[in-house]
Write a protein that binds this ligand. Structure first.
Ligand SMILES: [Zn+2]
Length: 411
């Protein structure tokens, strides 16, 4: 084959193939490229400045996309430049996005593959180490993130997510309008959210936030009130129902687990049923629950209380919402359900933020969906020690909507 044809097939703008080597047995193709005559644009890779004359010549070998069955590597002739600002530097070449031995389009192919498959599977597919795949994916996502437009933050979500024994809690700040996570911070203290406001937003950006969906968690509230005093705090349905589910679970444990092995056996594996809404249960599952309720009336009451709390968000008028919540708390009398009494106090203490649902229109369910997406990533990826990587992954997922997990089960 003529060298010209190799240059066409390779298709690196401004470069031509001057040598090729095919190893039929190993199924490898190696191409040597250098600049075409007339291509004399030299740019310093340190600062982007144009340089007229090269200092010397060097070579780099990178892996490119395969050519049919042949694994392809390209040896590229590179110039070094003497930059007035950076000193002796290698020139900037579009096909080489990093110091790693891969071409830009190879890294893109790996990054794209990582969007729908685990790093382990992609590693196998490309014949790379898993850690290499993760590093390529991270660079791919950083490049994507650097060139995209980021919309202003007007409605924010704040949530916490448990990442396991070592990392523990991470605070997740999200944009409710675009449905993407914006920032991760370690722990869930006031200082955590303070750091977001301080490092990620300007004074003007902070003032522009009109609403925040948060859990009834004092440290977050304190931070928002300090940094963005005009922002309305809304306690959303997702978080409140999480507390209601916890209350049901507490009742289940109190009623059955402290009552011997036989009773424990009865509720074993029924936790999920109790946390699922009645409308989402099949006839068979409903029967299982009814059987459980026949054994314990208090657990039934707890389940019904949780179910009826859900109706709070069918009201759009503040007064009606307030009345409904009041009648709900009245049902607790004489029931001897301490977990629900605790919940009722929590709701009353945070009444204003609950009623804000009627005053400020925010997209509900977004925090929940983001939460679900992150959990999916964690389950699939195993070990996101690098929080930055996890954040970029979740952002890409939200923007491309490759997978939008609706958490039917928990709701
Ligand atoms: Zn420079």
């Amino acid at each position: 084959m003529r060298r010209d044809d190799w240059s066409k097939i390779l298709g690196w703008p401004g470069y031509q193939v001057y040598r090729d080597e095919i190893d039929q047995k190993a199924k490898t193709l190696k191409l040597w490229v250098r600049r075409k005559r007339g291509n004399r644009r030299l740019i310093c890779s340190g600062c982007g400045r144009r340089i007229t004359d090269p200092a010397d010549i060097t070579e780099r070998e990178v892996r490119d996309l395969p050519c049919f069955q042949y694994r392809t590597t390209v040896v590229i002739e590179l110039y070094r430049v003497r930059c007035p600002d950076c000193g002796l530097k290698i020139e900037k070449v579009d096909q080489l996005p990093s110091k790693a031995p891969f071409s830009k389009r190879f890294e893109e192919a790996v990054g794209e593959a990582c969007e729908s498959a685990s790093a382990r599977r992609v590693a196998k597919q490309f014949g790379l180490a898993e850690s290499t795949v993760r590093a390529i994916d991270l660079r791919y996502l950083e490049r994507w993130n650097a060139q995209r437009a980021k919309p202003a933050l007007q409605q924010m979500g704040v949530d916490e997510i448990y990442l396991g024994k070592t990392t523990k809690f991470v605070t997740v700040v999200s944009n409710l309008e675009t449905g993407e996570p914006l920032w991760f911070g370690r722990e869930r203290k006031k200082e955590t959210l303070d750091e977001f406001f301080r490092t990620q937003l300007s004074r003007r950006q902070r003032q522009r936030i009109e609403a925040a969906c948060v859990d009834m968690w004092e440290p977050y509230k304190a931070s928002i009130q300090e940094w963005s005093p005009n922002c309305a705090i809304v306690y959303d349905k997702f978080h409140i129902m999480q507390h209601a589910n916890q209350a049901v679970d507490e009742v289940r444990r109190a009623e059955f687990f402290r009552k011997g092995a036989r009773m424990r056996g009865v509720v074993k594996g029924k936790r999920w049923l109790l946390l699922t809404r009645w409308v989402h249960l099949t006839a068979d599952k409903r029967q299982q629950l009814n059987h459980l309720f026949a054994l314990n009336r208090r657990l039934m009451k707890a389940y019904l209380l949780k179910e009826s709390l859900e109706r709070l968000w069918t009201y759009t008028y503040e007064g009606a919402m307030r009345r409904y919540l009041k009648s709900w708390t009245l049902q607790l009398r004489w029931q001897r359900l301490p977990a629900f009494e605790k919940l009722a106090h929590l709701l009353i203490d945070h009444l204003d933020g609950i009623l804000n649902y009627c005053r400020v229109k925010v997209r509900f369910g977004v925090v929940e969906a983001i939460n679900g997406n992150i959990k999916t990533l964690l389950r699939r990826g195993r070990g996101y020690k690098n929080l930055r990587y996890l954040l970029l992954k979740a952002q890409r997922m939200a923007v491309t909507k490759t997978e939008f997990v609706l958490f039917r089960k928990a709701a």
